[in-house]
Design a protein around this ligand. Structure first.
Ligand code: NDP
Length: 294
């Protein structure tokens, strides 16, 4: 078994981004700028946004975190998004999900200018991704592609099984792995909670991407010998063993599955770190107007 080491890959790519950001700043007299809007006090969201902001600063980007109480109206949030859309000193905008129930995430996603949509959730970016056109790719699947690329893993002709069909991970991952590019060229099965014979489906996978949100859901009896296993899951459990007061678990039973896999991502230290890299790369591309030339 070999480790798909998010720590190693993300450190290397972040160094490259840092150099490109410095060149951008020298040329344009300002830093690439990411704004993150956080609504409410969800513990997981707070951790993710703090980490995104910290990483922006580490690579030399400007970062702004705008916080609202959970009772902000949908209209007020959209008004702020429209203001940011017009602000030429801001390159990327993300609104951290989940949002409170009274706010429709679809409306919020569509309110963001697709040219600043560095999360890649806007339907224009998703449509362009499916068509293999320049676009912002959702950060988590993008990070996974960068990781496969880094390790020179040839995915062509392989059978990939994605477990979970969310708009932000499973669904875009399945599209990307099926595209006529490298990494890609897989024969893809997208599975979910209504899939019949899930175990059989996953067992057929040369590549398994687990994005379910249930601790240790993928067990060794579900994985074929030699499979490449990508664990997207981040499941937090309270713990007295750690300083933070919680411990993270993936969707894959790492201890047992790693005995069968050819490559596997750990949690923590795998896909989570690559997601940040995906977001940073998108933000840099937005600043440089590489995806949508101005
Ligand atoms: P969602 O809850 O949006 O989607 C979960 C998916 O899993 C759904 O498609 C659901 O099916 C499917 N599912 C649930 N139960 C089963 C089951 N018993 N059998 C088969 N499929 C099932 O989750 P996300 O995609 O947003 O996130 C998934 C996990 O990844 C979470 O742990 C999340 O924290 C983590 N995550 C990690 C990131 C990272 O950077 N590493 C980034 C984003 C998420 P159905 O559609 O039928 O309900």
């Amino acid at each position: 078994m070999k480790l798909l080491d998010g720590k190693e890959v993300s450190a290397k790519i972040k160094q490259d981004i840092k150099e490109e950001a410095a060149a951008f700043t020298a040329e344009f007299g300002r830093r690439p700028h990411l704004v993150a809007i956080l609504v409410g006090n969800d513990g997981g969201s707070e951790t993710y946004v703090a980490s995104k902001m910290r990483n922006c600063e580490l690579v030399g980007f400007e970062s702004t975190n705008i916080r609202y109480e959970s009772d902000i109206t949908e209209d007020a949030l959209i008004a702020k998004i429209q203001e940011i859309n017009k602000d030429e000193t801001i390159d990327g905008l993300i609104v951290q999900l989940p949002l409170p129930k009274h706010i429709d995430p679809e409306k919020i996603t569509e309110a963001i200018d697709y040219r600043k949509d560095v999360d890649g959730f806007h339907p224009i970016n998703l449509g362009r991704m499916q068509r293999n056109l320049p676009c912002f790719i959702p950060a988590t699947p993008y990070g996974i592609l960068l990781m496969l690329e880094h390790y020179g893993i040839d995915t062509s002709g392989k059978k990939a099984v994605v477990v979970g069909r969310s708009n932000i991970v499973g669904s875009p991952m399945s599209i990307l792995l099926a595209r006529n590019t490298n990494p890609g060229n897989c024969t893809v099965t997208l599975t979910h909670s209504r899939t019949a014979n899930l175990k059989e489906e996953v067992l057929a996978g040369d590549i398994v991407v687990a994005a379910i949100g249930k601790k240790n859901f993928v067990t060794a009896d579900m994985v074929k010998d030699g499979a490449i296993v990508i664990d997207v899951g981040i499941n937090r459990e309270d713990s007295t063993e750690t300083k933070s007061g919680f411990k993270l678990y993936g969707d894959v039973d790492f201890e047992e599955v790693s005995k069968k896999a050819s490559w596997i991502t750990p949690v923590p230290g795998g896909v989570g770190l690559m997601t940040i890299v995906g977001l940073l790369k998108n933000t840099l591309q937005a600043a440089k107007a590489e995806v949508y030339p101005r």
